[in-house]
Design a protein around this ligand. Structure first.
Ligand SMILES: *[C@@H]1O[C@H](CO)[C@@H](O)[C@H](O)[C@H]1NC(C)=O
Ligand SMILES: *[C@@H]1O[C@H](CO)[C@@H](O)[C@H](O)[C@H]1NC(C)=O
Ligand SMILES: *[C@@H]1O[C@H](CO)[C@@H](O)[C@H](O)[C@H]1NC(C)=O
Ligand SMILES: *[C@@H]1O[C@H](CO)[C@@H](O)[C@H](O)[C@H]1NC(C)=O
Ligand SMILES: *[C@@H]1O[C@H](CO)[C@@H](O)[C@H](O)[C@H]1NC(C)=O
Length: 306
């Protein structure tokens, strides 16, 4: 069954790459972004990244295992700081899911969003190639992907009340970390932007996304950077296809800063890319041989252990 699914994906991806190659002859039309170009305040750390990957993958597990912190990623090894889960984020109408928790040292609040599940992954990837955009509610001059915006809006009230509650029970917390894999990465971006424009907290934000698609246009990227944060690490593992979607030719543009792991046979090898969002010497340098297998197993760790 898995194999059949995988072959469907392979053929869809082949089609996507073909379509993209046909529309993408004018790469030099890339818009120039007016970023502040502020380097991140925190250095990139492999240990922090691994921890956030485990928190991101945890969102794929069943709620009972998340709440009592017994899921496979929760107990992956002793580097994974357990979380005290304060709120499940859930809306069946768009199948949006995530959770809020506090690290056991009571220093950080973590919000994690689930990505697309295996059964709907091929449709999701196909749809990313034909995206619909709409004005971003917090800054109507910017366009964002309609599906991501709506999925987040459906859980926005729960995120607000859950975060407010969590802030109340953790006066010692020093930062807010938002994370997610795949679609979960796109939701993390929507949540971070909303939380800071809603002024729910003044805690510094750190964000990690893994294999996130692009969520909006250049204006959204500029807005995000002007209002929200610089401590965002956008992790791209090797030839993962999803960060290449929706295509730049359809006016989608990534947020900085990408960290590209460019050698699957050496999981520590990586490039901290320039802060433009779309560094042409990072994963944008790949034009062929993109794949979904690396999307499903960052650093060789499968997202399907639950
Ligand atoms: C965690 O929850 C599951 C499902 O409710 C239950 O079977 C399991 O015993 C719980 N584990 C712990 C350690 O509480
Ligand atoms: C946990 O696993 C990660 C990924 O394999 C590794 O980088 C880290 O060193 C491990 N931690 C421990 C304490 O073994
Ligand atoms: C879930 O989303 C639907 C559709 O937007 C919305 O009507 C409903 O209020 C949401 N449920 C919760 C609990 O927020
Ligand atoms: C936020 O939480 C505090 C308690 O910590 C409560 O008094 C307040 O009403 C909450 N605000 C919202 C908007 O839920
Ligand atoms: C990838 O890493 C392996 C192991 O360190 C090394 O042998 C190989 O040359 C690297 N490949 C590239 C393209 O850098």
């Amino acid at each position: 069954m898995f194999n059949k699914k995988v072959w469907t994906l392979v053929s869809i991806i082949f089609m996507i790459i073909t379509v993209n190659t046909v529309i993408s002859t004018k790469v030099n039309d890339q818009p120039t972004i007016k970023y502040k170009n502020v380097p991140s305040e925190i250095p990139f750390s492999m240990d922090s990244m691994f921890l956030q990957l485990m928190y991101s993958y945890t969102a794929y597990c069943i709620p009972e295992q998340i709440v009592n912190w017994t899921c496979p990623y929760c107990i992956y090894n002793s580097s994974v700081t357990p979380l005290l889960v304060t709120q499940l984020i859930d809306n069946d109408s768009t199948n949006t899911f995530g959770f809020i928790g506090i690290t056991t040292d009571k220093k950080s609040i973590v919000i994690s969003f689930r990505g697309t599940e295996m059964e709907s992954l091929d449709n999701w990837i196909t749809n990313l190639n034909f995206p619909k955009s709409e004005p971003y509610p917090g800054f109507p001059g910017a366009l964002v992907h309609s599906g991501f915006n709506r999925a987040y809006r459906n859980v926005r009230n729960i995120v607000h009340s859950g975060l407010n509650f969590t802030l109340g029970v953790c006066p010692t917390c020093e930062k807010l970390i938002i994370t997610g894999h795949s679609l979960g990465g796109a939701l993390a971006i929507m949540a971070a932007t909303d939380i800071y424009e809603s002024q729910l907290t003044t805690l510094p934000l750190e964000m990690y996304t893994f294999g996130s698609p692009r969520v909006g246009d250049v204006a959204f990227a500029e807005y995000f950077e002007s209002t929200v944060i610089t401590n965002y690490w956008r992790i791209v593992y090797d030839h993962d296809l999803v960060p290449h979607l929706p295509p730049m030719q359809l006016n989608f543009y990534h947020l900085p800063t990408e960290v590209w792991f460019n050698n699957a046979s050496d999981p520590s090898q990586h490039i901290v890319c320039n802060p433009t969002g779309e560094d042409p010497s990072c994963s944008d340098s790949l034009k062929v041989a993109l794949n979904v297998f690396e999307h499903l197993a960052y650093f060789g760790i499968s997202k399907d252990l639950c």
